[in-house]
Design a protein around this ligand. Structure first.
Ligand SMILES: Cc1ncc(COP(=O)(O)O)c(C=O)c1O
Length: 317
């Protein structure tokens, strides 16, 4: 949203020749605050676990999602894959929504790299599928069939116009997973936005899942980075897979610089905004008033929603 950043945004929108890029919430530009903070970030070698900025971010995100530990990775795709590799072994079956990002937009890496079978389930416009469909898709203990091991959900659901999915869905899936000794993973690229939309604590949306991923580089406006969260044992494995996938980063604290900004400056920085004025920010709910993803009927209305939320953000702050 670089073209619309800054105090004169509303004016900017009306200015001939200025372009508002609504392709994606990934198309953002770091502002001067973000870049300045980046230069100040305390860093260390994160592959050695020695980057204090990364460590602090990981601890805070883990707490936010109610998990023991978190790991910073370069992308959401790698975060999902590292979790899937953690939970599965060659030949396992992964159940997931037909319109999910993991199924449609991660190059089939569940098959090509994790050597698992993906079985897609039809999803409703609200991003859910029925528990009876999920139950029916679990393979019998039969030598002809792959061993069902993992269920992946997505929240908010990008394939369904960014719909925020209530916690009850993941909770129900979690119960079914427990009955069948399956593992539940949530692709939560925008789970914090979903939490704001649903007016619930993020941990409510993540409580049923063993692992949850979250993207810093999307609805939160950071330039790079995603997180995986879960138990310490799962995150130990995710760190190992991250390294095997070439995602171990060294002085990565520079990427997490925004976390070190004060609440006020952090939220301004998220949007590249330069608007002045007081903000009340109760960390870690920096996204409390964050422009969030709303249920909407198609991608264009999602984009317009995003823009409206950016506008709202500016008005509110
Ligand atoms: C829901 C969802 N999950 C995962 C990803 C993958 O993230 P990345 O582009 O950082 O690999 C995306 C990307 O847009 C996404 O929308």
């Amino acid at each position: 949203m670089g073209a619309v950043s800054g105090r004169p945004m509303l004016r900017g929108l009306c200015t001939v020749g200025r372009v508002v890029d609504l392709r994606s919430d990934t198309v953002t530009q770091p502002c001067a605050d973000m870049r300045a903070a980046m230069a100040r970030a305390a860093v260390g070698d994160d592959v050695y676990g020695e980057d204090p900025t990364v460590a602090e971010l990981q601890a805070q995100v883990a707490a936010l999602l109610g998990k023991e530990d978190a790991v910073l990775l370069p992308s959401g795709t790698m975060a999902n894959l590292a979790c899937i590799l953690t939970h599965t072994t060659r030949g396992d079956q992964v159940l997931l929504g037909r319109q999910s990002h993991i199924h449609n937009w991660e190059q089939g890496n569940v098959s090509s790299l994790a050597s698992c079978v993906m079985t897609p389930l039809d999803t409703n416009p609200d991003g859910t599928f029925t528990m009876s469909d999920l139950h029916a898709a679990v393979s019998a203990d039969d030598q002809h069939m792959p061993r069902t091991r993992l269920v992946c959900l997505e929240n908010s659901h990008g394939g369904h116009s960014g719909t925020a999915v209530p916690a009850s869905f993941a909770d129900a899936a979690g119960v079914l997973c427990a009955e069948h000794e399956l593992v539940l993973h949530i692709d939560g690229a925008r789970i914090l936005n979903a939490a704001v939309a649903l007016k619930v604590a993020p941990a409510e949306l993540s409580r049923a899942a063993a692992t949850v991923t979250l993207c810093l580089s999307k609805g939160l406006g950071a330039p790079v980075g995603s997180m995986a969260t879960g138990t310490a044992a799962h995150m130990h494995s995710v760190r190992r897979w991250r390294k095997a996938l070439g995602g171990g980063m060294r002085q990565a604290g520079e990427l997490c610089f925004f976390w070190k900004l004060s609440g006020t400056r952090r939220r301004r920085a998220f949007l590249g905004a330069r608007r002045r004025g007081p903000l009340s920010c109760r960390a870690p709910y920096v996204w409390e008033h964050w422009p969030y993803v709303q249920p909407s009927s198609n991608n264009m209305s999602l984009a317009i929603h995003s823009l409206l939320h950016v506008l709202l953000f500016h008005v509110c702050v």
